[in-house]
Design a protein around this ligand. Sequence first.
Ligand SMILES: [Zn+2]
Ligand SMILES: [Zn+2]
Length: 357
Amino acid sequence: MKTQAAVAFNANDPFSIEEVKLANPVEGQVRVKISACGICRSDLSALEGKETIQFPVVLGHEATGNIDAVGPGVSGLTEGDEVILSWTPECGSCPACCRGEVHLCHGINMTTGGEGPLSMGDTRLDRFMGLGAFCEHVVVPQAMAIPLNTSLPPEHSCLIGCGVTTGFGAAVNTAAIRWGESVAVLGCGGVGLAAIQGARIAGAARIIAIDPIEERRNAALQVGATDAFSPQNIVKAVMNLTGTGVDCAIECVGSIPTMQDAFNMTREGGRTIVVGLPGYTEMLDIPAIMLLREKKLTGSIYGSASPHVDFPKIAALGETGRLDFASLVDKTRHFSEINQGFEEMREGKLTRVVLTF
Ligand SMILES: [Zn+2]
Ligand SMILES: [Zn+2]
């Protein structure tokens, strides 16, 4: 079929809305008509040429929509079903999937290397995270379309496809925060605000939000942070507040100094969780001796989530108002205004711009 996609031809170029060709779903695949797609920070860093992708590319990986066509051999999904796109292919056969850790599926890849159903003239288009959802339609394996019956509007539910699951899951799954604990969240963009809400819902007593931007600190206080600081001399400030450091620090920035702060403000025996995406060649220096005080340092990808299990539960928390989605979206724009949306995300004050179709 022919459909419309926002194509990035070169790093840092504006997107151009183009008519593209999308092959029909084959064995095990479904076609999804996209209704909303958030602009995630990793879309921005891909556009800036910092990720392993191939231009021309269609970005977008935080989307929801409805099944529009079903390939042979697909079961359990029919035309019209509402789905959230997941960026783990959940192949079911790699060692990670066999261990039940589908968030570590070996099939996860930022680039499709131009392989797949999307092309423009003779040029094959890469699809970021195997999705390429800045497009009116996508064709994906069935496992990447998670069925969901929800009363959440698409401009909220789409966030479950990346940012909310990444942040919320880091707090409740990876960090397994327990009631009464103290938690610091470094970086209060969309992922950080979701982590704060995860800590709140898990029953954390003190939640310290850390961000240089005042609007974001205010947003953090609104969704459940008990204290908010800018990052200057933050380790000392957290020590003064907690005495021994926090039980758990969650880094949502992806910068080395912030990771070091997170580790240094974690109490002995506590957990430091790194969610932010660093540069591919960056190294992290930490005081090794602190490992002998049983500090634990671990990463978290996709909130250690299993999309088929966790997406419906996260949506249910949104439906009952326990997880506040409205505070996570500061603007919706029509798909045709994607370049303005990216400009607003680049300025850094907004946590999420969501495109509607
Ligand atoms: Zn797998
Ligand atoms: Zn993302």
